[in-house]
Design a protein around this ligand. Sequence first.
Ligand code: BES
Ligand code: MN
Ligand code: ZN
Length: 508
Amino acid sequence: MKNTKIIVSNKAFRKYSGSLAVTLVDEQKNISSFLDKQIKRQIKKVLELGDFSGKKGESLLLYPSSSGIKGTVPAERLLLVGLGDSGESKRAALFENLRSSGGVIAQTAKKNKAADIMIALPDYLSSLSCNGAEQIVEGVLLGDYQFVKYKKNRKPDEEYSGIKKITVLSQKNLSGVRRAVKRAQYVSEAALSARDMANEPGNNWTPQDFVDFAKQIAGQSSLRCKILNRDQMKKVGMGGILAVSQGTAVPPKLVILEHVPQRYSKTILLVGKGLTFDSGGISIKPSAGMEDMKYDMCGGAAVLSTMQALAVEKPDVKVVAIVPSSENLSGSMAVKPGDVITHYNGITSEVVNTDAEGRLILADALAYGIKKYKPDCVVDLATLTGAVIISLGHHRTGLMSNDDRLAEKLSESGALCGEPLWRLPLGEEYSKQIESDVADIKNVGGREGGSITAAAYLEKFVGDTPWAHLDIAGTAWDFTKKTYIPKGPSGIGVRTLIDFIRKWKKTV
Ligand code: BES
Ligand code: MN
Ligand code: ZN
């Protein structure tokens, strides 16, 4: 993993002589007050000319040495980034603008191969803690990402190995800014770790790789790791995961990571779908685009990466993450349409479509986690249905929940993190669609309301525990175009979960 060094300093702008100095200007044309007079004069001139107006996404590169401000800015380049509306009443929008500016900074650094950058914080955002340092740095780190591991013959822009050092310039509250920046760093690293796992091809990210990752982070922290292999799953009766893994030679795993504080009163359970490749099984998928199904493990990647960040943050709530992981292939022992399986909690299910495998593995994991850990709430993340892309596009994650307060809290966190959720209903009518003639339930409920009937299946396994299901099939990759989310897997869910967990302990 790339380790970007971040320094917080109150030195003058003119002391920095690296390759890229950055300052943010908003639509209201505010300029950070602590900049040198000559730089401010130069920026005002550019604003007067109308070449730059502080709009979101806008940027302008100046070359101080050839524009008469040499001496006051020894940096090779001075980048003005438009922050857009800096209105502080709409916090979620402002946070998004700040992250978006961070993304523009990362893109410009990449284009100019700048490895050492300096950012002057927008001190006119006075009501915002640390003037948005956390969101800006998050945007830079999330935007400064590429996965070129398997590129032997690299194009020139793939040779750039990213930002090595960021100097954050602030005149006030240096210790607060340092804390904010540190938080941005481990949270972003967790999201990038989820992207890395997703980017790995199916032959290099198998259930065993989830096991290795979990063991590795447990080895370096106070997290506890537990693994259930196939024999143990057989012993406890996890008929769903066992059925899905029948068609592949790759053994399934159930990966558990626990964060257990010395003193705690609440427990949160996270469950993530870890299908390392989904061919559909006997109900095989069309071959066009099937390669994307290596991403069917993004829910699992999100919850384990969240634990990586919690190992640093150490919230005083117990958090348990469970990832049921398998491939879904169509080998000669594969589960067949019409087969009946028995889940961990004894519910029987008719497997009508072997491509609706996510709910089968999640059902066992949810029932097992709830029985074993008795959590106060459960959140699952899964690339569960193509139907959610039809309803919400690639712009929002589908949220289904049996608890209004939990749904509300997750929605708030999602909005603040730029990972918006949209709630869909649950209800008897939908549950009726998954009634089976031969077993307790069946694993498909028809095309109509496909995301909701998938959730209705999961609902059978959570009992009265407050539970929320996040269908990330539309947002785990191909997510809304954002400057800080390069093409490919987005790492969605990690930042929302961390924010949610941080606040949950305070409110319950
Ligand atoms: N992993 C897929 C869902 C998916 C599809 C995610 C497209 C991202 C993009 C899931 O296992 C699946 O195949 N779901 C089926 C369910 C159907 C058979 C009821 C689907 O959505 O078509
Ligand atoms: Mn499937
Ligand atoms: Zn799947």
